[in-house]
Write a protein that binds this ligand. Structure first.
Ligand SMILES: [Zn+2]
Length: 137
């Protein structure tokens, strides 16, 4: 029987750190790329398997990502908070709801219609609490 003469690469490692370094070296030299998850609390590295420009780690699956969902939710929440602050400021300055809704600043926040209604509702509740003096600052 002929011996297998195909080329191979062998690393003799002595500890975990060397094993990780060897794996990284092989990945790097065989074109494997990694990206860092854009969802800040996560920040894990994930392997890039396509050119789709994935921003979030693909966990639990390629088509579903906890981090992408969490990021989307936190962005939506932040936008709503921005709108509530804008609404309260506008009301303090005597602007009508209609005027605030159609303002350039409100459009810049860019809430989707449903999220906008929820934000208006929240803002009105907060305004009511503030006028009643129930909100402690
Ligand atoms: Zn992630």
């Amino acid at each position: 029987m002929r011996p297998d003469l195909s080329p191979y690469l062998r690393f003799d490692v002595h500890n975990v750190v060397e094993a990780i370094a060897a794996t990284r070296w092989v990945d790097r030299h065989s074109g494997v790329k990694y990206e860092k998850c854009d969802y800040r609390p996560c920040g894990k590295l994930f392997q890039v398997t396509s050119k789709h420009g994935r921003k979030f780690c693909p966990i639990p699956s390629k088509t579903e990502s906890f981090c992408a969902n969490a990021h989307k939710k936190s962005e939506a929440r932040r936008k709503q908070d921005d709108f509530v602050a804008l609404f309260l400021e506008g009301r303090r300055n005597g602007l009508s709801e209609k005027r605030i809704r159609s303002s350039r600043a409100a459009k810049a926040i860019g809430l989707a219609p449903k999220a906008l209604e929820a934000a208006v509702k929240r803002a009105k509740e907060q305004a009511k609490q503030q006028t009643r003096g129930l909100l402690r600052v």
